[in-house]
Design a protein around this ligand. Structure first.
Ligand SMILES: Cc1cc2nc3c(=O)[nH]c(=O)nc-3n(C[C@H](O)[C@H](O)[C@H](O)COP(=O)(O)OP(=O)(O)OC[C@H]3O[C@@H](n4cnc5c(N)ncnc54)[C@H](O)[C@@H]3O)c2cc1C
Length: 297
């Protein structure tokens, strides 16, 4: 077997080994009509019908409005917008995890119609950094490649020859989903317990989504070193969150306004973060503070 000796030789000579996935946003909901020009206004327009407050929409109202919707958990309105991604350079191990998300829609490269004779393999970073592991990996991948070619040489069809392929085989996939489902998938798959590959791919998707819908995906903070996501409500402590919310409530009271009007102040990112914290936190102080905001349903 002709396996290069050094790791750098292996990586540079084995052009069929892949390290990086390529995530491309192929499409995203574009509104029609003069009252909405962005995808976020498209959601706002739909959601405002519930309250018949379409007339209150302004060029900048979607930040406050959508934050209020997300904070209160009324995420069904996010289903009015969708995005489609193409992922190349992910492994079959990754795609198998991704397709478990039943509310997404998929078109995946077929191993029946497309020959895998020249397949590329995704190398896990933990294997790539260990020369001994890398040598075993390359050897097995090349062995699978030869076995596949041998079966094809025996006139077996792709659908049968593919049984010798490893999980590392690259597979192309196109995925569509609505924004509510993307939020769910990204939070589930960018958690520290998810696998590195899906974490990275979903992180790259989040980066794109935040570019086009910064408010809808703005409460998810992406760490591009680990490709993990933290929720904004986890980035503030109970004491600070309670103080910030109480300060706002006191100001409302001073003006004789009901506490519920706090939702109208959600343009303020710090207040949004604090209010989200007290809404989600189970500590008695946070629960009391959230209750003081009135009925936010
Ligand atoms: C860290 C990690 C480890 C995992 N390990 C394993 C494992 O060892 N073995 C394994 O088999 N899987 C494993 N999974 C996959 C996991 O069990 C789920 O299949 C996958 O995360 C899809 O989640 P979901 O059902 O929430 O999402 P989706 O299918 O995206 O659905 C979104 C939401 O819609 C609702 N929904 C969807 N379908 C239905 C339905 N039929 N009925 C009611 N409500 C529905 C639910 O609220 C669901 O949360 C793992 C996932 C993670 C993140």
């Amino acid at each position: 077997m002709n396996v290069p000796k050094s790791l750098s030789e292996q990586v540079s000579s084995a052009t069929r080994l892949l390290a990086q996935p390529e995530v491309k946003l192929l499409g995203i909901t574009q509104p029609l009509g003069e009252d909405a020009t962005t995808v976020e206004q498209h959601i706002e327009r739909a959601a405002r019908l519930c309250y018949r407050t379409e007339g209150k929409m302004t060029a900048s109202s979607s930040i406050r409005f959508l934050r209020g919707i997300i904070l209160r958990g009324h995420e069904s309105v996010l289903e009015h917008a969708s995005a489609t991604f193409r992922v190349l350079g992910g492994s079959r191990a990754y795609t198998h995890e991704q397709v478990r998300h039943r509310l997404l829609s998929f078109s995946q490269q077929s191993q029946r119609y497309v020959s895998e004779e020249d397949f590329r393999a995704v190398v896990p970073p933990e294997i790539a950094k260990d020369p001994e592991a890398m040598e075993a990996f390359v050897e097995l991948v090349e062995h699978a490649r030869r076995a596949y070619a041998q079966l094809k040489g025996l006139r077996l069809r792709n659908q049968d020859a593919r049984f010798v392929l490893p999980n590392a085989v690259e597979s192309g996939i196109v995925i569509s989903g609505n924004f509510r489902e993307w939020r769910h998938v990204i939070r589930t798959r960018c958690s520290p317990s998810a696998q590195w590959e899906i974490r990275r791919i979903c992180g790259l998707m989040l980066r794109e989504l935040q570019r086009h819908a910064p408010t809808v995906f703005g409460d998810l903070i992406l760490d591009e070193k680990t490709w993990t996501v933290t929720h904004i409500s986890e980035t503030i402590g109970c004491k600070d969150a309670q103080q910030r919310v109480r300060k706002e409530l006191a100001e409302l009271e001073g003006r004789g306004e009901p506490p519920k009007r706090i939702l109208r102040r959600l343009d303020d990112g710090e207040l949004y973060r604090a209010l989200f914290h007290v809404r989600r936190c189970l500590s008695p102080g946070c629960r009391e503070t959230f209750a003081a905001c009135g009925d936010l349903k």
